[in-house]
Design a protein around this ligand. Structure first.
Ligand code: NDP
Length: 286
């Protein structure tokens, strides 16, 4: 008779507040579809408790964990090693327990890049890019664009200091020619832009009508227009861009791909991307 084994491998997400974070659905769907005895736990961790939570995860042999707001920056000082891109971004969203050594990674920008290549058929090398926003998602995406050889980047952000800091980081530490411009009412997207990304939180559920203040008639049919907002997948921003003939890529794809990369880092196996996407699409009513 086969030996019994009721033990499960643990991963999860630490955040605050975290109750509405749906990523558990895509990971549990993936584990079920692959027949893995793994569990993904959604864990409320207050900022002052992050150190204890990491020690707990280490003690309980977690195979890894995700970090979401507000822990992506603070986690860096609690890890044994941080991947160079995550160090450059100054943020970690995925920790991998490599035989007791906690290694920090950032899969957000890589997830975006996979969506761009696999779902959009776009190679970032040599592309002229514009990004709206300069927060965590923008940092992750622009560092990856820089490392993948994008030609130029214009950062439009409301807060000048944040936008300038990101442009400086990219110019000083990567080969990308990045510049910041203040985001004035109804920003015009420069002619010749090939990839335009909304990396702000505008349009996130329940703000369904919200859209970034740009002159949508400056979006052309030669552009690939991407949104980081996963819910709803079809934002008003993407609908406006699509109506001008642009190719559009939603934030649901980015979310699923960043999760799929974490899955592969933790399990050593390729993720069942279609199952993961279907689980979230159902939840978002897409
Ligand atoms: P941050 O708080 O770090 O940054 C938010 C950004 O949005 C800032 O640049 C901020 O500008 C800008 N912003 C917010 N509101 C407005 C507004 N009304 N007008 C102009 N600019 C505005 O958040 P994150 O970067 O971590 O997250 C941003 C979004 O990305 C979230 O909605 C999140 O859900 C999504 N995300 C999606 C992922 C995916 O896999 N699909 C992964 C990670 C994040 P300012 O600096 O001027 O305040």
């Amino acid at each position: 008779m086969a030996e019994k084994n009721y033990r499960e491998d643990l991963v999860g997400v630490f955040g605050h507040p975290v109750a509405e974070n749906p990523t558990v659905l895509m990971f549990e769907a993936a584990f079920r579809s692959e027949g893995l005895a793994w569990r993904y736990l959604t864990i409320e961790v207050e900022p002052q408790d992050l150190g204890d939570a990491v020690r707990g995860a280490r003690a309980m042999g977690f195979r890894g964990f995700n970090l979401t707001i507000p822990h992506k920056v603070e986690i860096l000082r609690l890890l044994d090693r941080v991947a160079p891109e995550a160090e450059l971004m100054g943020a970690v969203n995925t920790v991998v327990n490599e035989a007791g050594v906690l290694v920090g990674q950032n899969t957000d920008g890589k997830g975006f890049m996979t969506a761009l290549r696999q779902d959009g058929g776009i190679e970032p090398r040599g592309k002229r890019c514009v990004i709206l926003g300069a927060g965590g998602a923008a940092r992750a995406i622009t560092v990856e664009l820089a490392l993948e050889g994008a030609e130029s980047l214009l950062i439009l952000n409301r807060d000048r200091a944040r936008g300038e800091a990101l442009a400086r980081l990219l110019c000083e530490r990567t080969p990308l020619r990045a510049r910041f411009a203040p985001w004035l009412e109804k920003a015009r997207i420069p002619e010749g832009t090939q990839v335009l990304v909304n990396a702000t939180s505008i349009g996130l559920y329940p703000d369904l009508a919200g859209k970034p203040a740009i002159d949508y008639d400056t979006i052309g049919s030669g552009m690939t227009v991407c949104d980081v907002i996963p819910n709803p997948p079809r934002t008003t921003f993407l609908a406006e861009a699509g109506a001008r003939g642009a190719r559009t890529l939603d934030g649901l794809g980015m979310l699923v791909h960043q999760g799929a990369i974490a899955y592969a880092l933790w399990t050593g196996m390729e993720a069942p991307v279609a199952f993961m996407k279907a689980a979230l699409a159902r939840e978002f009513g897409a």
